[in-house]
Design a binder for this molecule. Structure first.
Ligand code: PSV
Ligand code: MN
Ligand code: MN
Length: 388
């Protein structure tokens, strides 16, 4: 039998990190749709994130993307976060939006471009020092479009060199988390295309280098929960970038396209101790809300993670293990499906009430009047960064 009070305690202590860029305008490569009331600067993005945290109670961290969130004084930004009950989370580096990076950043054939890219990564560590952030989050758009364009192994060598210079700069409590992505924007080779490449680089770097699993970055049909289980066993799962996809890297609300997959992933997290603080797994969202209202979309996403987490925590592990040990294929599967098919919404309402929160976060947000306030007072909001 699952211990319900332990499930509730775990749900109350969960921390979901929301992305600053989820609050800004975004779109596809064809069109950025401007919404009224979106933040004009990183301070206002934090004000919106504070609304999500106030409504849900489990979203106290916000990741920044540099230079989208560049400010003169990062300590002031951290203080702004703190006043609102928030903390600054991962610092995402950006070496993918300048002309210099046409042929790559840290893997570029020209050492001058590599230097510029590494300097940006080092600057991001300086920012972490000022914000108190633990994680430097790296995703590289580096790759090639045509066979023969560049040397695959030379690019791996350049990548390894760059990563080791940056790793050496990290403070003792700081980590590097390395994201992989199979495709896009390069069409032929990508320099960090999969978890194996990220893991191999992390292993060489040291224990504070870990892998980021962005749920939108795999080939269709990839068994992401296997990757999660493997990395947790090795102590190398650094973070999630949660989102949903139907076709490519769609960055839709997590749990919207395939809630069962999210459950299967979080079941592996629960079973392998990934919710325990020592594992230090960051549960981040990496989403863009192109056509839907942003703050309610982030709230909905947080709720989707909570619901999948609750179901994962409800899996009767004793019954599951007994069925597995007995070779009871149908029985084991039934244990898992029982948890997945549980309606956990009443449980989550109870958890919120016990935390002194409104049981319905979306209604609670609507009742604040914040949306009308920002629409009336913010004129000329900024783009999230994509398409800028
Ligand atoms: C790349 O597709 C990515 O997933 C990386 O995490 C970037 O930093 C992020 O998207 C920006 O939205
Ligand atoms: Mn991502
Ligand atoms: Mn992505």
């Amino acid at each position: 039998m699952t211990d319900l009070s332990a499930v509730k305690t775990a749900l109350k202590s969960q921390e979901i990190e929301t992305p600053s860029w989820g609050y800004g305008n975004s779109g596809t490569r064809f069109k950025v749709f401007a919404q009224p009331g979106v933040p004009r600067d990183p301070f206002e993005k934090l004000d919106d994130a504070a609304q999500v945290h106030a409504a849900t109670g489990v979203a106290p961290l916000v990741s920044l993307h540099i230079p989208w969130d560049a400010v003169d004084d990062y300590a002031e930004l951290a203080a702004h976060a703190k006043e609102r009950g928030l903390r600054l989370g991962a610092i995402n580096a950006n070496t993918f939006q300048e002309d210099d990076y046409k042929l790559g950043s840290v893997t570029h054939p020209d050492p001058k471009v590599r230097r510029k890219a590494v300097d940006h990564l080092l600057e991001c560590v300086d920012i972490m020092d000022a914000t108190g952030s633990r994680d430097l989050k790296l995703w590289f758009a580096d790759g090639t479009n045509y066979p023969g364009q560049d040397d695959i192994t030379a690019r791996q060598e350049r990548l390894a060199e760059a990563l080791s210079e940056v790793y050496a700069r990290l403070g003792e409590d700081q980590r590097m988390v390395l994201e992989y992505k199979l495709f896009e924007p390069a069409f032929y080779t990508t320099d960090v295309p999969d978890w194996g490449t990220s893991y191999a680089h992390c292993l060489k770097l040291g224990p504070r280098a870990k892998v980021v699993v962005d749920t939108g970055h795999h080939a269709p049909g990839t068994n992401i929960e296997f990757i999660v289980a493997f990395l947790l066993r090795e102590g190398r799962l650094g973070a999630f970038d949660f989102n949903s996809r139907f076709y490519a890297d769609d960055d839709l609300m997590v749990g919207s396209a395939d809630p069962f997959q999210l459950f299967r992933i979080l079941h592996e997290v629960a079973k392998n101790g990934g919710f325990e603080k020592e594992q230090e797994v960051a549960f981040m969202l990496d989403q863009c809300h192109n056509i839907e209202a942003k703050i309610p979309a982030v709230i909905r996403s947080v709720m989707n993670v909570q619901e999948a987490t609750a179901k994962a925590l409800l899996v009767d592990l004793d019954a599951l293990r007994a069925a597995q040990a007995a070779g009871d294929v149908l029985g084991a599967n039934a244990v898992l499906m029982d948890a997945y098919n549980t309606d956990v919404r009443p449980l989550l309402r109870e958890v919120r009430e016990e935390q002194g929160l409104d049981p319905d976060p979306l209604a609670a947000y609507a009742a604040t009047g914040w949306q009308d306030h920002i629409v009336a007072t913010r004129v000329g909001g900024t783009q999230a960064g994509w398409g800028a």
